[in-house]
Design a protein around this ligand. Structure first.
Ligand SMILES: O=P(O)(O)O[C@H]1O[C@H](CO)[C@@H](O)[C@H]1O
Length: 298
């Protein structure tokens, strides 16, 4: 059933939130926004001159309720590029409507961002994937959206984008091309894949039959986030780069006794902290140079 759009924030309410943030970050203009997946908050480490603002201080912001999502925005410079990092995302299964889950993406646009990096922890549907592998997302299947629960449902906010956005080049081709180079540079080739991410509603992990269905239709990784944020980001023309960290094997065998669990997910994320920080830093550096900026490396 489609989600209620009642209470959805207007452009002007979101602008007030963005203005509040601007006042608290010395009018810095972030170029890149980064959404951290489960256990991936340490991607914010290494930010120079950080200004951290917890969600409870930000007007209209929801609360983070999931372990491994701490609940703050961190502003500062990464690889010499002004960024905002979202430590703790919102999920539909927490009880939020999808328009609320995705409202930070519109805030990022209003703050002046041009790029969005979306990260997540995901189950490997593709049986070649191992725990600790990185899957760059080249496309998605949005199961909630296909059944009508889309964050863009309701009156279109023309100030952000078009009524019927295209999904062509949703995961920016130039950014993906650069990521392949970065992966070689960092020696991560053996852990690197490109694939299709399916976004489900959660909060339960998938049954064997569901995993088999996802595998049959060509899904490589499955999670409970990301696509709603990507849709709202593309609607307002942020260039998107997204990847999944494979944190657990998808179980396609009825004889298996393995059970995925959130602690296992967080453990896998912790183990890949260093390489993922390096990967993200290199992608941010490239984004900083894509249009004229003051990063000093153009
Ligand atoms: O997608 P992120 O936020 O990384 O989190 C993933 O990990 C949690 C399940 O362990 C779910 O929330 C799933 O979506």
């Amino acid at each position: 059933m489609a989600d209620s759009i009642e209470g959805r924030y207007s452009y002007y309410q979101l602008k007030e939130t963005a203005d509040y943030l601007k006042e608290n970050i010395n009018c810095m203009v972030p170029k890149v926004a980064i959404i951290c997946g489960s256990g991936l908050g340490p991607l914010a480490e290494g930010i120079e001159n950080p200004i951290e603002i917890t969600y409870d201080r930000i007007p209209c912001f929801p609360k983070s309720t999931v372990i491994g999502h701490s609940g703050s925005l961190v502003f500062g410079c990464l690889s010499g590029v002004p960024v905002v990092v979202m430590k703790g995302r919102f999920h539909f299964y927490e009880g939020y409507p999808v328009w609320k889950v995705t409202m930070p993406c519109r805030i990022f646009k209003l703050l002046g961002c041009s790029f969005l990096i979306v990260t997540n922890a995901a189950g490997g549907v593709n049986q070649r994937f191992k725990v600790g592998d990185i899957m760059m997302i080249k496309d998605h299947v949005f199961l909630l959206g296909l059944s009508g629960n889309n964050p863009l449902r309701g009156p279109n906010e023309d100030m952000f984008g078009r009524r019927v956005p295209s999904m062509t080049n949703c995961y920016d081709m130039d950014l993906r091309k650069h990521a392949r180079k970065v992966v070689k540079q960092l020696g991560l080739e053996k852990k690197f894949h490109e694939g299709v991410y399916a976004s489900v509603g959660g909060p339960n992990y998938e049954s064997v039959a569901e995993m088999r269905m996802l595998s049959t239709v060509g899904i490589d990784a499955v999670g409970m986030s990301t696509v709603p944020e990507v849709l709202v980001a593309r609607h307002c023309d942020l260039a998107v780069f997204a990847f999944s960290l494979i944190t657990n094997e998808g179980i396609l065998d009825y004889n298996s006794t393995k059970k995925p669990g959130h602690l296992e997910v967080l453990k896998a994320a912790k183990a890949m902290e260093g390489p993922l920080q390096d990967f993200v830093k290199e992608m941010v550096k490239f984004m900083g140079c894509k249009k004229p900026c003051n990063c000093g490396c153009c």
